[in-house]
Write a protein that binds this ligand. Structure first.
Ligand code: PEP
Ligand code: MG
Length: 517
């Protein structure tokens, strides 16, 4: 951040524009605030000048902004034990999976050896506003200590990280608390909303009531991505494992589906009621099997490339009852929300489609399930566009979809052929340093390649289905440079983690202003 762009500078800018009071002056204020300033105000930052004994320990990918400090714990269980004792904790591990999410939520920060901007640890940490550094590939973790080269830290020792720079320090860092409640920032963001709201909407990626309430307080106009697989964590993990491993149409399958349905209905009704009457796009299960089955995976389910394997709609087609169950849970939730006197507003979204027949088949199952409810309560049915083939055949897919939402994490992975879990720590950093790539494409949308594929899909999709609503729900939906591109490409909304909403609102307004100049 440049020095002159401080919180005091922002306050003076807004006060001045308020006192002049013209639309022009408000627009100037919105245009002149760097999104990096808003980002730094949303998170704790490092007060390195007052931190003694801090020593740079290592560096990785800055995956979720903000600074954090705490004692080293190696597992979700030890995070829970340490936080029970009132300690602040940094979770340090090779990589995270859904089974770690209880511990991740309780940690001050997350540090992983593997992964990149779109890996599980990064996506979840950003969603929850937890600082994270991932892909510290030279970090070695043994039973009782971590080391990089000759530098060692024992489990229980203090470690600090800055998720905005990727730096990791040994020792305890002093932190400056976030200033998200600053009234001048709120005023500025209201002005930003006035400028952008007729042109591009801003929604949140959220799958719990708590996150949904936070998203509303940060200005979300709906939920663009409710990842239902996040509802199968913790003590529900055995249920989804039991379902996947059960044979089709067995009693075991039926029982696990019933339990999953009840749990999911409850979770969904909480999210939908918190966001009502604003829209909630519920994405049906998209589970790379290794994330759910972990060490339990029997040989017959082992895959060499789980991210390209039995995921998303593919698992659903293998196991017809899965999406049928999720649809019934959703209908139950819609009825529950109406019962509360609220107006549920829900869409169903199908992940990882690459061939329109996949969508047609699961759509027919969903339509059978929703047929019993009144027409006005029936969710619209759309699809993610996250495989190159879906984008290339967008004209066909648009005829079977009520809306599109670009999953730019997977689309980037597949257009480049870059594994979103493996490539960033070793290759992308080097590519950016050497000027081979101008930016990390998992952070800032690659306009020339991925962006071009998207533009063609938007044009084909709208031609085949005029009025098709189009959003973006990958991590790029919260990145300022990507938002500028996406606005120009004609998307109706971007959706991002709750903590990125203020940045997205400002960036979207700036995109509108710069296109009207
Ligand atoms: C995406 O691929 O961009 C997306 C939003 O889905 P997920 O990250 O859950 O794969
Ligand atoms: Mg995806």
């Amino acid at each position: 951040m440049e020095n002159e762009h401080t919180l005091d500078w922002l306050i003076a800018l807004v006060e001045n524009a308020k006192s002049i009071g013209t639309e022009e002056e408000k627009k100037n204020a919105v245009a002149s605030v760097p999104t990096s300033l808003v980002e730094s105000l949303m998170h704790n930052t490092a007060l390195t000048e007052t931190s003694t004994e801090l020593k740079l320990f290592g560096k990785g990918i800055p995956a979720s902004p903000g600074a954090a400090t705490g004692v080293i714990c190696f597992s979700s269980d030890s995070v829970l034990d340490a936080t029970d004792e009132g300690k602040k904790v940094i979770l340090v591990c090779h990589e995270t999976s859904p089974a770690d999410e209880i511990g991740m939520r309780m940690a001050e920060g997350i540090l992983t050896v593997r992964g990149g901007m779109a890996s599980h640890a990064a996506v979840v940490a950003r969603g929850w506003g937890i600082p994270a550094v991932v892909g510290v590939s030279d970090l070695e973790i043994s039973e009782k200590e971590i080391k990089i080269g000759e530098n060692r830290l024992e489990e229980g020792a203090y470690i600090s990280l800055d998720g905005s720079t990727g730096e990791v320090f040994s020792g305890e860092m002093k932190l400056r608390e976030s200033s998200e409640e600053i009234s001048e920032l709120k005023i500025l963001l209201d002005w930003a909303d006035e400028i952008r709201s007729e042109h591009i909407k801003v929604r949140a990626n959220s799958d719990t009531r708590e996150d949904t309430e936070r998203a509303l307080s940060f200005g979300a106009e709906g939920i663009g991505l409710c990842r239902t697989e996040h509802m199968f964590m913790g003590d529900r993990l055995p249920l989804i494992q039991r379902f996947i491993l059960a044979s089709e149409e067995s009693e075991e399958e039926k029982e696990s589906l019933n339990e999953l349905m009840n749990a999911q209905r409850l979770d969904l009704s909480e999210v939908i009621s918190a966001m009502a009457p604003n829209p909630v796009t519920v994405r049906l299960l998209d589970a790379p099997l290794h994330e759910f089955l972990g060490e339990e995976t029997p040989d017959e389910w082992l895959e060499h490339n789980p991210m390209l394997g039995t995921r998303g709609v593919r698992l659903a087609i293998l196991r017809e009852q899965l999406y049928r169950m999720q649809t019934r849970a959703l209908i139950g939730a819609i009825l529950d929300v109406r019962e509360m006197g609220k107006k549920p507003n829900v869409d169903i979204m199908i992940p990882l489609v690459s061939e329109v027949s996949e969508l047609d088949l699961v759509r027919s199952w969903i339509e059978e399930e929703v047929a019993s409810v009144e027409e006005e309560l029936r969710p619209s049915i759309g699809t993610m566009i996250e495989t190159p083939r879906a984008a290339i055949t967008a004209d066909q897919i648009a005829k079977s979809a009520d809306f599109f939402s670009f999953g730019t994490n997977d689309l980037t992975q597949l257009v480049f052929g870059f594994s979103r879990d493996d490539i960033e720590s070793r290759v992308i950093g080097m590519y950016v340093n050497e000027g081979i790539l101008s930016a990390n494409p998992f952070e800032t949308l690659d306009a020339l390649g991925v962006g071009d594929v998207m533009k063609q899909a938007i044009s084909k999709g709208r031609k085949a289905n005029p009025g098709l609503e189009i959003g973006v729900c990958g991590e790029h939906g919260g990145d300022p440079a990507s938002i500028k591109f996406l606005f120009q490409a004609g998307v109706d909304y971007v959706s991002c983690s709750p903590f990125r909403l203020p940045i997205a609102r400002l960036a979207a307004a700036q995109a509108v202003l710069s296109s009207s100049n």
